[in-house]
Design a protein around this ligand. Structure first.
Ligand code: BES
Ligand code: MN
Ligand code: ZN
Length: 501
């Protein structure tokens, strides 16, 4: 049986490098290493590190690797991989995570199943912070997205990983491992094709993923959704033979019985054809990832619960296909939202904002005080910020800044865009309260302006991950496909606690 990932046995040890028995020892090295460092390694590797550096075969720039064999007979492991860190001052959480993932992925490709990481390069981080991201990097590298190949002979996973650092880093390693595992689980869902992941199946799988102590789950079917008056979610699902679902997860630790509640809302479109406003055929297969926001918030809530963070949190995920069936919503149709606002659907491909509008309203009904939604919402955000940076929108500014700070700590890139009142003009409809597709100018902003109408009065932010949820190219630290972006940032928001705004 092919599995998409395995979680390796992961431990920390204070053993010396030479006394460690593994298939491969990974040694990070900064670009601005000292001559003394190189000399020490030269003694073990017969000058091979120096000569690789002299020839320029290896320069220790970020995520570059060099494999050498030890000569010292008293070393228990015969092979090492140096992994470059780039300039020491740049070695932050994201760099270390990528270095660890790069080395672990390279080890997997060489079928080296027992690895050890020598924690000898401090960079800019504390030991605990470093060990956390090393563990996380190793876990996310143990991922194979070729599960549907009938002959995947080369599937190989790391079984054992040891981080050679102090014994007091056990908790940090466990946290990194749990985060990595949640990221992998979300990536599996996002990679899943539409025929294997209908709204009903997504609801089941997401519920299973969230089945950890402290979380209770509820799945609303099409009748319960109708009873709540969610005309926008129903309007999108009408074109499909598959009924919609609304997943609600609640996390309430004993340590935080009352107080503010974080509300996470995620777009769960299991396939987006565009509906009657059909998308072009080229690249449409990518639209199986249109539930990435939903997978992100479920995985984040799971991590929050596993870490027993002292915060109340809920997740709400509207799930549907966007299909052009005989009963599909047509351009010009008017939908009535659960909040009472009416919407003229002038483009059925702007479906994400419709289902999220009803879900945002419901999250407030359920008592969410601080709301964040995550969605592969617009092609326009890819034009604005590209494939590296998530778009951030929201109000008021302290809440937006709180999320920015969390993203910096988590090592994920997001950048704010404005929600000036002037943009509201574009949402105007002749016959309803607003249109769902306000035209090309500032497309990512006007999508967020639409959501804002349903987000209620408290702090709210919107993360547009249309550019960042899916990697178009494989990198040494990350294969092509689902990235699991923003899970770490959401968990870090919860870790920091909710500000009084
Ligand atoms: N799921 C898409 C957004 C998307 C586009 C995600 C490209 C990833 C890559 C969304 O539902 C959509 O179709 N948005 C339209 C909105 C438009 C009709 C106002 C878009 O961006 O073109
Ligand atoms: Mn669409
Ligand atoms: Zn969509």
């Amino acid at each position: 049986m092919q599995v998409p990932y395995e979680v390796p046995r992961l431990s920390v040890s204070s053993a010396a490098i030479g006394a460690t028995d593994a298939d491969l020892i990974i040694i990070p090295i900064a670009q601005d290493h000292t001559a003394a460092t190189v000399a020490a390694y030269d003694a073990i590797f017969g000058g091979d590190l120096s000569s690789a550096l002299d020839r320029g075969e290896f320069t220790a720039k970020a995520c570059e690797t060099l494999v050498l064999r030890r000569l010292a007979q008293d070393w228990r492991t015969a092979r090492v991989m140096f992994v470059g860190g780039g300039p020491r001052a740049e070695i932050d959480a994201e760099r270390v995570r990528r270095m660890a993932a790069t080395a672990a992925q390279a080890a997997r490709h060489q079928h080296l199943g027992r690895i050890a990481w020598a924690d000898v390069e401090a960079g800019t981080l504390s030991t605990a912070a470093r060990v956390e991201v090393i563990a996380e990097g190793i876990v996310v590298a143990n991922f194979d997205n070729g599960v549907y190949k009938s002959r995947n002979d080369r599937q190989f996973f790391i079984k054992d990983a040891v981080i050679l650092s102090g014994p007091d880093t056990t908790t940090a390693a466990a946290t990194g491992r749990a985060t990595g595992e949640s990221i992998n689980a979300a990536r599996v869902l996002v990679n899943e094709p539409g025929n294997y992941l209908t709204p009903r199946i997504l609801a089941e799988k997401a519920q299973a993923l969230a089945a950890v102590p402290g979380i209770t789950a509820e799945v609303l079917d099409e009748h319960a959704i109708a009873a709540l008056g969610m005309g926008m979610l129903l309007g999108v699902s009408r074109g499909s033979i598959e009924p919609p679902r609304l997943l609600v997860l609640r996390y309430a630790p004993a340590s935080a019985p009352t107080g503010p509640t974080l509300g996470l809302v995620g777009k769960g479109v299991t396939f987006d054809t565009g509906g009657i406003s059909l998308k072009p055929a080229d690249g449409m297969e990518r639209m199986k990832d249109d539930m990435a926001g939903g997978a992100t918030v479920v995985a984040a809530l799971r991590s929050i619960a596993l870490q027993q963070l002292p915060i109340n949190a809920i997740a709400v995920v509207p799930m549907t296909e966007n299909m052009p069936g005989g009963k599909a919503t047509k351009p010009g149709d008017i939908l009535r939202s659960a909040s009472g606002l009416t919407v003229e659907v002038n483009n059925t491909d702007a479906e994400g904002r419709l289902i999220l509008g009803d879900a945002l309203w419901y999250a407030r009904q359920l008592g969410a005080t601080h709301v964040i939604d995550v969605a592969t919402l617009t092609g326009a955000i890819v034009v604005a910020l590209g494939k590296t940076t998530t778009g951030l929108f929201g109000t008021p500014d302290p809440w937006v800044n709180h999320i920015r700070a969390a993203a910096v700590r988590a090592g994920e890139k997001l950048w704010p865009l404005p929600l000036f009142d002037d943009y509201r003009e574009q949402l105007k409809s002749e016959i309803a309260d607003m249109v769902n597709s306000p035209g090309r100018p500032a497309g990512a902003v006007t999508a967020a302006m639409f959501l804002k109408e349903f987000a209620g009065d408290g702090p709210w932010a919107h993360l547009d991950i249309a550019g960042t949820a899916w990697a178009e190219e494989s990198k040494p630290w990350q294969p092509k496909g689902a990235t699991g972006t923003m899970i770490r940032t959401l968990v870090d928001v919860a870790r920091a606690g909710l500000p009084g705004i």
